[in-house]
Design a protein around this ligand. Sequence first.
Ligand SMILES: CC(C)(COP(=O)(O)OP(=O)(O)OC[C@H]1O[C@@H](n2cnc3c(N)ncnc32)[C@H](O)[C@@H]1OP(=O)(O)O)[C@@H](O)C(=O)NCCC(=O)NCCS
Length: 192
Amino acid sequence: MHLPSIRREKYLLRPWDAADAMSLASHANNPRISVNLRDGFPYPYTLKDARQWLKMISENKSDMILAIEVEGEAAGGIGLHGMKDVYRYNAELGYWLAEKFWGRGIISDAVGVLVNYAFTHTRWLRIYASIYEHNVPSMRVLEKNGFIREAIHRKAVMKQGKLLDEHLFSLLRENWAALRDQMTDNNPHVDT
Ligand SMILES: CC(C)(COP(=O)(O)OP(=O)(O)OC[C@H]1O[C@@H](n2cnc3c(N)ncnc32)[C@H](O)[C@@H]1OP(=O)(O)O)[C@@H](O)C(=O)NCCC(=O)NCCS
């Protein structure tokens, strides 16, 4: 899968590089981030974890996994994971950002940019995201980008010893085109 580089005013979306390991480990090592993600995103998050993950994604051909570079640092990640079999027109969206950059609108913008790119350049027809019940900022990010809360999976998640509801948000390509035309500033500058 082609991985684009997309420059925006506050950040750059680009492929990850092995040289990002130090930056990744330092920004990802935060319990306020890992609590909202799958257990595969550990806390503590060590340099070894970062190197292993970067090696794994360098071999990944089916997903669109990008670094979010802010002020010259690889300070977060955003990705679309392609599903298989009868779900092959679906991709699961995930993202995180270094805490020091929260609240600047970066992820809200990055979700819109990546969705726009994916619906324009891939076969995916449906993009969805699973949010744990306490993660209101992430729900807000998705709602601002036109995602619909289509289900609540009750007590579906066991995270750090607690059973949590999972809120499932989705956006269909057929709805995206109309939404995009209503939204302003949605023409990303695609570098490559
Ligand atoms: C969730 C996360 C990605 C948001 O990134 P961000 O760049 O700070 O998000 P933005 O600034 O684009 O937008 C956040 C929105 O949530 C709102 N928000 C923040 N805290 C909130 C709260 N406690 N209640 C309600 N809304 C809240 C903000 O006001 C903003 O909405 P607005 O633009 O309408 O004001 C970031 O906090 C993060 O990395 N969290 C940990 C990992 C994570 O949760 N990943 C997603 C897993 S599904």
